[in-house]
Design a protein. Sequence first.
Length: 162
Amino acid sequence: MAERAIVELKETLAGERRRFACRLLASGPGEAVILYRLPRAGQVGDVALPRGTLSLGFFWEARSFNAYHWVAPDGGTLALYVNIADRTRIGRATIAWRDLAVDLLITPDGRCRVLDEDELPADLDPALRATIGAARDEVLATYPALLAEVERRSAELLAGGL
């Protein structure tokens, strides 16, 4: 499949929308992998992201999360950043999803940290809060396999060079 431009559309629980211009690396029924190169250095938790870090975004319509595999310019995994999400829709020109605030940061040393639970609104619908908790628990129970899956797939996609 030839790479092409695609836009990632992220919506927060508060309704804020953000757009990211990316490259589509792979897609299939209900799933896609996109690429974004960080234009400047950043920091998430205790993970430093140097300028030029590759962010491979893995999106699945049937999963309750998406994942960003952060790859250092030298090719090593910096972290896997998992967003609890819903309403993921993968189209030809866009990938749209709703960010449900809670994130998990998984590092190559095997640690997994839950982030941003304090950002959930106090008046959040109890059913949605339960959905978020179940998705968080699913990732906590399966993150070693998820990291292995994403690293394997990223290596395949990056093997041709970018």
